[in-house]
Design a protein around this ligand. Structure first.
Ligand SMILES: *Cc1c(COP(=O)(O)O)cnc(C)c1O
Length: 229
């Protein structure tokens, strides 16, 4: 849920008032400290965001939109694989950063029994920043081969990078150029053509021009975010 979706003020006030009325009744009438489940089904996300302002965290839905294709783009911790694998419409994990984690993701996805492979991108640390996720460039090819050999329930769709802030201001972007080269080398080694996931709000146009297959655009569409997510 994106907190930068801003509900219309009158609607927000209405929802908040309705919740506080119901909460008041629940509080006064219940002898069990009853839980209030807000049934948000069929309502727009902006209504839920308005409701969240009351700090109510229980929501009822009878319909999980399965046409949404989720891309996991956060740092992947091994202990998150199982939770991720339980998401029915998880479409891709873009942040695989080692063969070991790929194997964990493969096994969790396999155990969850989706009956289709999970797309993954191997994240590459193109800028060699120590605090940035991703496989080191000289380990990339062997990592991809290892994943292809040992992860039958993963579909290695391509390579992903979050380029450095400095590179994102440059044309040509040196991180993108590295990715083009790495993609060609790995595709050759694997015998199948890999995609590239690169380009964010500041540099997606350039990324598209040099051949990115997948751009990840947030603030350009939804507005700026608070610094720490
Ligand atoms: C829709 C629904 C509700 C909420 O019904 P309202 O009359 O709108 O409060 C509650 N429980 C279930 C199972 C529902 O499908």
């Amino acid at each position: 849920m994106d907190p930068s979706i801003v509900p219309e003020p009158a609607r927000e006030a209405e929802i908040i008032e309705n919740i506080s009325e119901v909460l008041e009744i629940v509080k006064n009438k219940s002898t069990k400290n009853a839980r209030l489940v807000l049934v948000s089904k069929t309502k727009p996300v902006s209504d839920i965001i308005a409701a969240l302002k009351t700090n109510q965290l229980h929501y009822g839905e009878n319909y999980i939109p399965n046409e949404i294709r989720w891309h996991y783009i956060g740092r992947l911790q091994s202990n998150k694989c199982k939770i991720l694998a339980s998401i029915p419409n998880l479409w891709a994990v873009e942040t695989i950063d080692s063969a070991e984690k790929a194997k964990k993701m493969n096994d969790a996805w396999s155990a969850a029994g989706h009956g289709r492979p999970l797309n993954i991108f191997v994240q590459v640390n193109t800028s060699n920043e120590p605090n940035k996720g991703g496989v080191e460039q000289d380990l990339l090819e062997s990592t991809c081969i290892s994943i292809k050999d040992s992860c039958p329930d993963l579909n290695l769709l391509g390579l992903m990078t979050i380029g450095s802030v400095e590179s994102s201001g440059m044309i040509p972007n040196p991180d993108f150029l590295k990715m083009l080269k790495l993609r060609d080398e790995c595709s050759k080694a694997l015998g199948s053509e890999l995609e590239l996931s690169m380009g964010m709000s500041n540099d997606y146009e350039h990324a598209l021009e040099v051949g990115s297959n997948n751009v990840r655009v947030g603030s350009k569409i939804f507005g700026s975010r608070a610094l720490k997510q």
